[in-house]
Design a protein around this ligand. Structure first.
Ligand code: GN1
Ligand code: MG
Length: 357
């Protein structure tokens, strides 16, 4: 059934007879992603974009295709410097479009699969943290001269703290008693962070922190590495939008410095790893160093804390809303994710002086 569907969508981009088999890549929480093995290389990644979450899919595709072209041009010039890098290549439909919309309204896009690459859901080696830092730092660096006003804001207020608090407060009013009771401790803790979690947003709104082109979903599983653990390619570019450096720095730290997966239920395993923070920071600053202001640098630690928090509040809100946004694998999945993020913040707090130093 699924095979027939995927074959038929694939045939809008390439010859149907070239389709060999597929494998679902299930790590994302929003879109449906499949590796398509072919008879004649290359392999592809076929993706159905969730248009309930992304309201302007053509705008989203336009964003990621144009940023990819920009990155490719910049990297061609950089290639001599030695390190191997890849950029996502989007395949056009037979009609010359960057996406295919099926009769039921679903949007699909196809990318060339980058061979010999690996991803990590969690980090267990500071080399990966360092390489990740270079990769995401380079992304900011190379998009520095991309005109951000050309980008569609695919999810308005995506990392806006006030907006996330508003959604949380609405969820509190509508949630079931059962879920409110289960989450009561977490809810109180989230409320207590409100002021601190608005500090960076206020600096952004006052114009003191500069707007840049940001990726906005820099979890470590959105970086491809070579088999010998060198950074290779930034992927999942759906949420590229104007943003601030703290978004991309922070979301990477959220996943790199967590000693467990973001949904680990055993909170004893969830701790903030300082050596990985140092390694990521080193790689990141090697690529962005001169471009960052004193103020941007000063707020990197709080930026990391704020991004961990924003994912925590979003997971908790979705739990209160009976899981309408993120894909979940079992009833309390969003609750476990939220609790995990709050534990990570707690662990970060006990070491905050060291992190700031
Ligand atoms: C979602 O779908 P995925 O896994 O790439 C979410 C991110 C969260 C992430 C948490 C559009 O990303 O913001 O950080 O889950 N993307 C969207 O793992 O909401
Ligand atoms: Mg994503």
């Amino acid at each position: 059934m699924k095979t027939e569907l995927l074959k038929s969508v694939f045939s809008k981009f390439d010859d149907e007879s070239n389709f060999a088999s597929y494998q679902e890549l299930a790590s994302g929480h929003i879109n449906d992603t499949y590796l398509i093995n072919t008879k004649i290389q290359p392999s592809y990644v076929l993706q159905r974009i969730n248009h309930g979450v992304f309201k302007d899919v053509p705008g989203l595709i336009e964003n990621k295709v144009s940023v990819s072209v920009h990155l490719q041009n910049k990297l061609n010039a950089l290639e001599e410097s030695g390190q191997k890098r890849e950029v996502l290549t989007f395949v056009k439909t037979k009609e010359g479009e960057s996406y295919y919309q099926s009769e039921n309204g679903d949007y699909w896009n196809l990318m060339v699969f980058i061979e010999d690459s690996v991803t990590f859901e969690t980090v267990n080696d500071s080399e990966i943290a360092y390489e990740g830092g270079k990769l995401f730092g380079e992304f900011l660096n190379l998009t520095d001269d991309f005109d951000a006003s050309k980008l569609t804001e695919v999810i308005p207020k995506f990392h806006d703290m006030s907006f996330r608090f508003e959604q949380f407060e609405t969820a509190l009013k509508n949630a079931s008693t059962e879920r409110l009771e289960k989450a009561d401790v977490l809810i109180e803790r989230v409320k207590a962070y409100k002021d601190e979690m608005h500090i960076i947003q206020r600096l952004k709104e006052s114009g003191e922190i500069k707007m840049r082109v940001t990726h906005n979903d820099t979890k470590i599983s959105n970086a491809l590495f070579t088999k010998d653990k060198k950074g290779l390619c930034v992927i999942d570019t759906d949420t590229i939008m104007p943003g601030i450096v703290h978004y991309d720095f922070g979301d990477a730290i959220r996943t790199i410095c967590n000693t467990a997966a973001e949904d680990e239920q055993n909170l004893d395993l969830v701790n903030f790893n300082i050596p990985y923070y140092q390694a990521y920071l080193k790689g990141f600053l090697e690529k962005t160093g001169d471009a960052l202001s004193e103020l941007e640098l000063k707020y990197l630690p709080l930026g990391a804390k704020s991004m961990i928090f924003i994912m925590g509040i979003r997971f908790l809100t979705d739990f209160l809303n009976d899981d309408v946004y993120y894909k979940t694998k079992y009833p309390n999945h969003n609750f476990d994710r939220a609790q995990n993020q709050l534990k990570l913040i707690e662990s970060m707090e006990t070491q905050f002086n060291q992190i700031e130093n």
